[in-house]
Design a protein around this ligand. Sequence first.
Ligand code: SAM
Ligand code: DTB
Ligand code: SF4
Length: 342
Amino acid sequence: MPAVSEPLSAAPALRHDWSRADIEALFALPFTELLHRAGSVHRRHFDPAEVQISTLLSVKTGGCPEDCAYCPQAQRYHTGVDATKLMSTEAVLEKAKQAKAAGASRFCMGAAWRSPKDRDIPKVAAMIREVKALGLETCATLGMLSDGQAQALKAAGLDYYNHNLDTAPEFYGEIIHTREYQDRLDTLAHVRDAGMKTCCGGIVGMGESRAQRAGLLQALANLPAHPDSVPINRLVQVEGTPLAGTAELDPFEFVRTIAVARILMPQSMVRLSAGRETMSDELQALCFAAGANSIFYGEKLLTTGNPDAERDMALFARLGLRPMQIVEEAATVHADIVEAAA
Ligand code: SAM
Ligand code: DTB
Ligand code: SF4
């Protein structure tokens, strides 16, 4: 039965004071107990049959000056990704129309920038305005933002900004050397201060320990506000990047990461993100059972593959899932109504 009929008076307040030990204790629960707890939290705040779907478009690909060890778009690695210029607004709009027709509710525009130049902002703002006019939620991921840039994007109608913490603070230095963890926290503060919603998560399967996976989730859950969306990416290993050849993460450990994210950030959309193309249907089903309620949809992420729409729709049909039509505020309102009724 959906959550509506369950008593919710015991719903705890959102926490921002998680200790590493608390989180590691969740990771260490028996698998079925962890899934049960995560599934209960999921039901308290969402209809577990609904999955939000976002489509990604790389509006400016490759040639990035940063050294993120996982990334095929870093100029310094030889990955076969050709650098392109910023796409035209018309071309972006065409892709957004296709995404909407395919059923996406959110359209995320990504650029392989360290940070946008001020002269790029009006061009991206035009894309945002046009995409929003289609009735899609808008998201962008353009690298670090100044305060003023965040405000300009908000003024153009940007709903969400994606900027990931990527990993635990203590593992970060093994993955990225060209910007600091604090730079990321600063950009997230600019995004929040401008009044936009945050999409912030990370990558697992980069050779980090379980304690470091707990550290990523701790950093996310202890932000001043839980990110509205939390993308959990499984490393896509791309030949030519330093992380190609990293030992694969145990799939159950990936599911545990999703489950713990759901428990720590009960009202956030937890997105099963990069790495889905090589996941079995059964593994994805476990992720949905663990509380994932969002996916990237469409045959491409930014430069790498994603399951095609037919495979995803067939999986939704087999699992009795449906694309979420309502926006995130509505999900929160739903939870509030349910709590008030309890
Ligand atoms: N350049 C901007 C930035 O770094 O914020 C925006 C685009 S960047 C590609 C967005 C995110 O994609 C990264 O923070 C990382 O979490 C994720 N990502 C990139 N390459 C990945 C890979 N090979 N596997 C999994 N996630 C990846
Ligand atoms: C996020 O956390 N994952 C997406 C999105 N935010 C921008 C990107 C995944 C990129 C995977 C590698 C690629 O396709 O280039
Ligand atoms: Fe550049 Fe973003 Fe890739 Fe890092 S993750 S190399 S900043 S495109």
